[in-house]
Design a binder for this molecule. Structure first.
Ligand code: FE2
Length: 381
């Protein structure tokens, strides 16, 4: 049972549910979010009008309630619109918690080395055959920003099938997918047997590829374990240790560049820790190999910037932060390249290590997951 009160000359309403929880809504917001067939296309849910079509000074003249339905009459249009109370309360924007710098969605969970015993893992064949297995695995990938798949074939290009589980490969100058193994005259350090510091891939692109898949075809060399680090957790640790250092890495842009092959000169200018305007952690870019000369930090803040950059790297390198695993042939892992850093320990020249990598994007993954979670939802935004 809901009660409704019209306030502020019809510019607002207050809805109170049976538990006593109250939410205020503005008339203009309600009118813009009407779901009648002249405002929203019944088939795909797309909005058919622009804000320009809603008169300035729109207000609510009157309302009525019938069971779970609220009917509002808007003036000056003289338009009557029905709303579902549950939908309204689910979309309440009144009394949202105050946000703080570096907050993350409740759908995400920061982690450290403690996650080593429970790496999100699924069987590739089962994920391909079972929507519930796929949904569970994608849910974990969203929550932790990485996940493993096991028991796959050892055929070249299988990683493309992994991308097809939820979306599409993003082709780059490295191709549709790329080989990761020792090469003579490497053009990129990823193709040597050196260990690599934890990093996000391709920070020199804008936008960066938001997912990376690394698929193992051979791995008999000594070492070569993969490590992953939660960059969001590292950023929050930096913030808690020293808010000024967190601030300087969010406030000023670094520069990144890659021009290691003929005809390619990729450049970007973005902060190492990127926040949304309301302080939400959006993205981590951290890659010492491709950080260019940073020139957008004021002279008087550059020393602080370097102290912050150094400490951020130390936190990322802290073994307490890392989850380490060795991939067997037919196994792969995926990382959210805007959040989780990955690394490789050095490996010996004996035996072989052959991985294939490709990029994909999070929008497809999250879309597939949302569609599985909200079956039948067809709204395009
Ligand atoms: Fe990488």
């Amino acid at each position: 049972m809901y009660t409704v009160k019209l306030t502020n000359n019809g510019n607002e309403i207050a809805i109170t549910d049976q538990s006593g929880k109250s939410s205020r809504f503005h008339a203009i917001w309600l009118r813009d979010n009407a779901w009648d067939p002249k405002t929203r296309a019944p088939g795909n849910g797309q909005r058919l009008i622009t804000l320009h079509d809603i008169p300035n000074g729109t207000h609510i003249e009157s309302f009525s309630i019938f069971n779970t339905k609220l009917t509002l009459r808007f003036m000056p249009e003289g338009k009557t619109v029905d709303y579902d109370f549950d939908w309204l309360m689910k979309h309440s924007y009144d009394g949202s918690q105050e946000n703080y710098p570096g907050w993350i969605s409740s759908a995400l969970e920061p982690w450290n080395a403690n996650l080593s015993d429970s790496v999100p893992t699924a069987d590739l064949g089962k994920a391909q055959a079972s929507k519930s297995t796929l949904q569970n695995w994608l849910h974990q990938v969203r929550k932790y920003g990485f996940g493993k798949l096991t028991n796959g074939p050892t055929d070249t290009g299988t990683l493309l099938q992994v991308a097809k589980l939820f979306g599409y490969v993003r082709e780059t100058n490295y191709g549709n997918f790329f080989e990761v193994r020792t090469e003579v005259n490497p053009t990129n350090l990823a193709y040597t047997s050196l260990g690599l510091q934890a990093h996000t891939d391709n920070p020199y692109r804008d936008p960066v590829p938001t997912l990376q898949i690394l698929y193992c075809l051979e791995n008999s060399a000594e070492g070569g374990e993969n490590m992953v680090v939660d960059g969001f957790h590292a950023a929050q640790r930096l913030r808690d240790e020293n808010p000024d250092w967190f601030d300087v890495l969010t406030k000023y842009c670094a520069k990144f560049e890659y021009s290691g092959e003929e005809g390619v000169c990729l450049q970007s200018r973005r902060p190492m820790i990127e926040l949304a305007p309301d302080g939400e952690l959006v993205s981590i870019r951290f890659n010492s190999r491709s950080t260019a000369a940073v020139t957008d930090v004021p002279f008087e803040h550059m020393e602080t910037y370097y102290a912050a950059y150094r400490r951020f790297g130390e936190i990322i390198d802290d073994p307490e932060m890392e989850v380490t695993f060795k991939l067997s042939p037919g196994e792969c892992f995926i990382v959210d390249n805007t959040r989780v850093l990955h690394a490789r320990k050095g490996y010996s020249g004996s035996g072989s290590r052959w991985l294939q990598g490709c990029y994909a994007d999070k929008d497809g993954l999250l879309s597939t997951l949302n569609a599985l979670e909200y079956k039948g939802l067809k709204v395009k935004q």
